[in-house]
Each structure stands twice: as structure tokens, then as C-alpha cells.
Design a protein around this ligand. Structure first.
Ligand code: FPP
Length: 247
């Protein structure tokens, strides 16, 4: 069944509803370059990056995508100047304060992955509020990766498993590890989108992306719009997913 196209993409090939990804992960890259190309401070690029996220969440919700995981701050991003980190944390607080009511009204539940206990307390408080506010929403999970690194997540999961109840000498299994990851209970991403033309995973969802299809967009994140989102989905629908089998 074709899905109705968004106005920004009326020329596109119709999407097939039953072949849409359940879970889309996005590396929102290129904010800094977008600003630098315009002679602006990098932080303006991040501000524009937040603005670009909103219509993508809206479109994902409209299409019936179940989970959208976005890489908002990595464990490696602490290496940036503190002035840039402060802006990013401030943007997160602003985003949650201004967008949570509308996200809630649209059926979006906010969740996080990553070690959020190490975020500034204002960010932690905003996140706790936004998660609580949206906790009963069921259309889309907007999963914010914050102080997230896949190696850190896997180590925390293994340590949690070790600390938990299991038999003496019992080996750790794939399913036990999955259940101890920050993404426990979520389907693995079917599609990974990275903007800004870079072909890298950057310590994002290393375990969960095992069989994800990858779409690299040449657009810098602030220019990533619903039309480009549709191009990624159209491209995804041409893929033959075999999961290591013969299809
Ligand atoms: C990569 O661009 C982007 C980030 C490190 C942060 C992504 C964050 C946002 C889009 C905004 C925050 C999100 C929320 C939900 C409030 P870059 O700075 O590495 O760009 P560059 O590679 O061009 O330097």
C-alpha cells in the first residue's frame, strides 16, 4: 500500500507502507561545517541542527516509524571546547522545554540511551521531566543518544549482567547481552542514516547495527529535510535484506 507523500516530496516514488523500517538511527553530522561555510560560529550550526530535527520526527511519526534514535552527544564529544558543550547542553534543555508538549500531543515518547547520569544536572532534570510527561505515548519513540558511546554501552551492559543474577559459569548469550543494553526492548535499527557524506559509524550502536542498511546523505544536517528523509526511505525500499542468508 503506497503511503501518502509529504508535500516536500510530491515528485518522489511512493513509499510502500509495509516495507518501512521499524527503527531508524540517525547520525546528525555536519552542523559545524554548515556554520563555517557561512562564516558563522559552529554553535549556530547546532542551533540549526536542532531545528532540522523537528520536521524529521514529525514525518517519522506520520509514516508510522516505531523508533527514531538520534545521536545528539557522544562520549567523545566531551573533547570539544567547553563553550561548545555548554551550547549543546543548553540546546537540549531548550528543545525539551519547547517541544515536549507538541511531541506529546503527537504521540511521541521520549527516551534516552547513553550514560545520562554524567550530563549537567539541568539536562538531567529536563530529561526526567520530558520522559515522564511522554511516558504513556505510543506512536513513536524518540530515542536521544546522550553521552552515548557503543563501546561504553556494551561494557556497562556486560558489567550489569555480571552484577545480576545468573548461574555459576553460565555464559553470556546474545539475547542476555541485548537485554542489558540501553536499547533493551527496542528492535534493532533497520536503517542507519548519516548526513554530511561521511562513511563512518563513530561508535554508534555497534551491536545493534549488525544488519542495518546504511544511507549516507551528502546534505549537512541543518539542510537535511523531509524530502531527503524520503530519499533515504526510498533507497531503503530497494534493498534486499538477507541477514546473512540467501533471501
Ligand atoms: C555533529 O556535527 C553533530 C553533533 C556533535 C551534535 C548533534 C546535535 C544536534 C543536531 C543538536 C542537539 C540535539 C538535540 C536533540 C537537542 P559536527 O559538530 O560534528 O559537525 P562537523 O562535522 O561539520 O564539525
Amino acid at each position: 500500500m503506497p503511503v501518502q507523500q509529504s508535500e516536500s516530496n510530491q515528485q518522489g516514488v511512493p513509499l510502500v507502507a509495509h516495507r518501512l523500517p521499524r527503527h531508524i538511527a540517525i547520525i546528525m553530522d555536519g552542523n559545524g561545517r554548515w556554520a563555517q561555510q557561512r562564516g558563522l560560529d559552529r554553535t549556530i550550526g547546532h542551533r540549526e541542527g536542532v531545528k532540522a530535527l523537528k520536521p524529521i520526527v514529525k514525518e517519522a511519526t506520520r509514516l508510522g516509524i516505531e523508533v527514531l534514535t538520534v545521536y545528539a552527544f557522544s562520549t567523545e564529544n566531551w573533547r570539544r571546547p567547553s563553550s561548545e558543550i555548554d551550547v549543546l547542553m543548553g540546546l537540549l534543555v531548550e528543545f525539551l522545554a519547547s517541544e515536549t508538549p507538541e511531541l506529546k500531543a503527537e504521540g511521541v515518547r521520549i527516551r534516552t540511551i547513553g550514560d545520562t547520569a554524567r550530563l549537567p544536572s539541568a539536562a538531567q532534570q529536563s530529561l526526567a521531566w520530558a520522559k515522564q510527561e511522554t511516558s504513556s505515548q505510543k506512536r513513536l519513540i524518540l530515542n536521544l543518544a546522550l553521552n552515548y558511546g557503543a563501546r561504553d554501552e556494551i561494557l556497562r551492559a556486560v558489567n550489569r549482567w555480571h552484577a545480576g543474577a545468573h548461574g555459576e559459569g553460565e555464559p553470556l548469550t546474545e539475547s542476555a547481552l541485548s537485554q542489558h543494553l540501553d536499547t533493551a526492548g527496542l528492535p534493532d535499527p533497520d536503517l542507519l542514516i548519516r548526513s554530511s557524506g561521511e562513511f563512518r559509524i563513530s561508535n554508534f550502536l555497534l551491536w545493534q547495527l549488525a544488519y542495518a542498511e546504511i544511507y549516507i546523505s551528502e546534505k549537512l544536517w541543518p539542510d537535511f529535510d523531509p524530502a531527503e528523509f524520503h530519499r533515504a526511505l526510498q533507497d531503503y525500499q530497494t534493498r534486499h535484506r538477507r541477514f546473512g542468508g540467501l533471501g
